[in-house]
Structure formats: C-alpha cells, structure tokens
Design a protein around this ligand. Structure first.
Ligand SMILES: CC(C)(COP(=O)(O)OP(=O)(O)OC[C@H]1O[C@@H](n2cnc3c(N)ncnc32)[C@H](O)[C@@H]1OP(=O)(O)O)[C@@H](O)C(=O)NCCC(=O)NCCS
Length: 142
C-alpha cells in the first residue's frame, strides 16, 4: 500500500526535472485519509513575490488507480512557454509511478491562446469521460 513518504519521494524525484522547480522553496504535502486514499500536493514560491499568482502548484487525490488532478497552476507571467504542458506531463509520470492507470481532471478556463482547457487537453492526448464533464488520459498507453 502506498505511503505518504513514498508518494512525496516519487513526486519530488519527478518534479526535479521541471525547469521552474529550481526556485528557493517548495513544499510537498501527502495525507493518507484511509488505506488506498491519498492526497498529494505540490507548491513552490516563485522568486520573491507573495501573491497567489507567484505560486506554481498542483494537487491530487489518488484512489482506485486514478490520479484525480484537482488543480494545476503556474504564475501568469510564466505561461505560454510550455512550462504548464511540461508540468502536466510530470503529473502523468508521477501518477504512473504511483501505480495509477489514469489521470483525470475537470477542465476549466482557457489557455493563453484562447482555447478552452478541454481542447488544450484533448490536443495533448486526453479524452472525455463518457457521461461526465471530466477528461482523462489512459497512462497504460504512454
Ligand atoms: C494550465 C496552465 C498550467 C498551462 O500553463 P502554460 O505554461 O500556459 O501552458 P503551455 O505553455 O504548455 O501551453 C499554453 C499555450 O502556449 C503555447 N506555447 C507553449 N510553448 C510556446 C512557445 N515557446 N511559444 C509560443 N507558444 C507556446 C502552447 O502551444 C499552448 O497553446 P494552445 O493552448 O493553443 O495549445 C496555466 O495556463 C495556468 O496556470 N492556468 C491557470 C489555472 C488553470 O487554468 N488550471 C487548469 C484548470 S483545468
């Protein structure tokens, strides 16, 4: 059974390859709610600003072999240069490493170029969950 420490170690190992990870401070949080149900989150403080917009972060609930990506965000001024796309890919790798067969998210908002987040994710291999507003990616095909 996955432990909080194993989840944090796997997340940190993969996050080291993300370009914006090399900032002064980062935090990983894991909380096992019950056997097989885990919350995992990452946030960093990007440079020295203190507003919410200066943080990169993602949060996920993990259970039943699914990595439910609750949120993912990077600072506004860093967007549109591939850092967000790279962060999504890293979340996929963390999910697969933790034994998940799929990553899933409720898409919201728009990309820098005006595309809906749903379309943005469709173009990166995500599919609609039938009968739901969520999208997912099958990690067994990666
Ligand atoms: C979601 C989020 C993390 C994506 O981050 P990002 O760094 O802007 O994402 P990318 O740079 O990978 O992609 C954004 C666009 O820039 C384009 N892009 C990437 N690198 C580029 C470059 N070097 N030159 C020009 N365009 C580029 C991408 O192709 C993409 O265009 P598209 O939407 O037409 O496909 C970011 O928008 C964010 O934090 N949003 C607020 C929170 C949010 O919406 N979260 C998701 C909820 S579902």
């Amino acid at each position: 059974m996955l432990t909080e420490q194993q989840a944090v170690e796997a997340a940190e190992w993969h996050m080291r390859s993300w370009k914006l990870f090399r900032t002064k401070k980062h935090t990983f949080t894991a909380k096992l709610f019950e056997p097989g149900k885990l919350y995992l989150g990452f946030s960093n403080t990007d440079e020295e600003r203190s507003s919410d917009d200066s943080y990169a972060s993602w949060k996920a609930n993990i259970y039943g072999g699914v990595f439910y990506l609750l949120s993912i965000s990077i600072p506004q001024r860093r967007r549109g240069r591939g850092h967000g796309g790279a962060l999504y890919k890293i979340c996929e790798k963390i999910a697969a490493d933790l034994g998940c067969h799929r990553i899933q998210q409720t898409p919201s908002g728009w990309s820098m170029t005006g595309k809906s987040r749903r379309v943005y994710l469709h173009q990166r291999g995500w599919l609609d969950v039938p009968g739901s507003s969520e999208v997912f990616k099958d990690l067994r095909r990666e």
